[in-house]
Design a protein around this ligand. Structure first.
Ligand SMILES: NC(=O)c1ccc[n+]([C@@H]2O[C@H](COP(=O)([O-])OP(=O)(O)OC[C@H]3O[C@@H](n4cnc5c(N)ncnc54)[C@H](O)[C@@H]3O)[C@@H](O)[C@H]2O)c1
Length: 379
């Protein structure tokens, strides 16, 4: 049966494991999948835009697994008591199309985005980086902070948000990380001064300029997360022109990233090329590097693949079984569900990933015979 992970179960799981441990593990999955770049059937995500936001579908597949994520981005949502970003997704087996996992992905998106940022910074930030400016202190900010603190050794975060309450929430949520110094700044300028890394993770559906060239210094790495949609940017174009820019999947980033402001021939390097050692990452301590992140389907694929493997471990209590797909004794008799609604729809144990089904699972049973008592009611 399909495994199901809801928000409650997943947050409990992440709390028990520790977000830093989960993100460290996720970086391993991400690197593995980025190294297999050529094996994936990739496309830019499909976006439905409105004046206030966007709803996107993000599919990807290799020859074993297919995944997609449904995700939105509505910066005005928080004023209505809803998160800016909400998501769920599916992992399916390519050989049969059977959905293996249906999972909440709002929390997972924050984890995978922060894990991807930390992975990119491993190749692009200076080795001696110790301080990070964090502009935008909403839902993603704690995850970014923990990933950079625990995976890269950042020990001071200088945060700024137009909404002071968001910064205060961030500081309170990270109180338990006693080795991490969190400084609330009064402006983005103040936060960026002398920072080794700058993370921008704001939400505003317009061509914003959170970072201007006067805020940038040689040797910095810029982790730009919030410019991820046509007409929605964070970096002044001249921040990009004085930097070397790295992206996830160029065809999608040209449409959605901060590089949408620049001509089509502005040079960028795809992250997988750096991970695969085909292109250099940071080359010296003076270079300015930008990770112009928009979020790519491969990152959700990696996260779903990891979560599904967690549900399949022998002693795992993670995941509930979900009757999403009918189990038919005779796979040609879908109508049988209406004839005998209490049939064997609930007990099917799907064996995914190259394992053969047993004869008893595949063998068609005798066709269901109609009797007057179990004849379906016409609707
Ligand atoms: N690249 C990716 O993979 C990826 C993944 C997830 C989210 N995102 C993007 O990251 C952004 C943040 O997401 P979130 O879930 O944290 O949103 P959120 O609404 O919870 O937080 C955004 C914060 O930005 C602040 N802000 C807005 N304009 C600002 C400005 N000019 N200066 C300083 N702060 C400002 C808001 O006050 C808010 O606290 C969104 O734009 C989202 O689309 C990108």
């Amino acid at each position: 049966m399909t495994q199901f992970l809801d928000v409650h179960e997943l947050s409990q799981f992440v709390r028990n494991m520790g977000p830093q441990h989960l993100m460290a593990k996720l970086v391993d999955y991400l690197e593995q999948d980025y190294l297999n770049w050529a094996k994936f059937d990739k496309s830019a995500r499909l976006a439905a835009h409105s004046d206030v936001g966007v709803i996107e579908l993000m599919p990807i597949a290799d020859d074993q697994l297919y995944s997609f994520k449904y995700v939105n981005g509505h910066p005005s949502n928080t004023a209505q008591g809803l998160p800016t970003v909400m998501a769920f997704g599916v992992l399916a087996e390519v050989a049969t199309g059977y959905p293996l996992l249906l999972s909440e992905l709002t929390l997972v998106t924050a984890l995978r985005t922060a894990a991807t940022s930390a992975m990119a910074a491993k190749y692009l930030a200076r080795q001696d980086a110790k301080t990070m400016a964090l502009i935008g202190n909403g839902c993603q900010s704690e995850f970014q902070s923990i990933a950079f603190h625990k995976l890269l050794g950042i020990n001071e975060i200088r945060c700024y948000d137009v909404d002071y309450a968001a910064s205060a929430k961030l500081k309170a949520n990270l109180d338990c990380y006693t080795d991490l110094r969190l400084v609330i700044c009064e402006s983005a300028h103040e936060a960026c001064a002398s920072a080794d890394i700058i993370t921008t993770v704001t939400a505003d559906k317009r061509l914003a300029t959170i970072l201007t060239p006067d805020m940038i210094a040689p040797g910095q790495h810029i982790n730009a997360i919030g410019g991820d949609c046509p007409g929605k940017t964070e970096l002044h174009r001249d921040v990009l022109t004085q930097a070397d820019t790295f992206v996830e999947y160029e065809p999608q980033s040209r449409i959605e990233g901060d590089i949408q402001q620049l001509p089509e021939d502005y040079p960028v390097t795809e992250l997988w090329q750096v991970i695969a050692k085909q292109q250099p990452g940071r080359q010296n301590d003076h270079q300015i590097t930008v990770f112009d992140s928009v979020g790519f389907a491969l990152e959700d694929y990696s996260a779903l693949r990891m979560l599904y493997e967690f549900t399949q471990q022998g002693d795992s209590e993670l995941g509930q079984t979900l009757g999403l797909i009918p189990h038919l004794s005779n796979p040609k008799n879908l109508f049988g569900l209406l004839v005998n609604p209490d049939g064997d729809t609930g007990q099917f144990k799907f064996q995914p990933l190259n394992t053969q089904m047993t004869n008893s699972q595949t063998k068609p049973s005798e066709p269901t015979s109609f009797s007057k008592s179990n004849r379906p009611v016409a609707v």
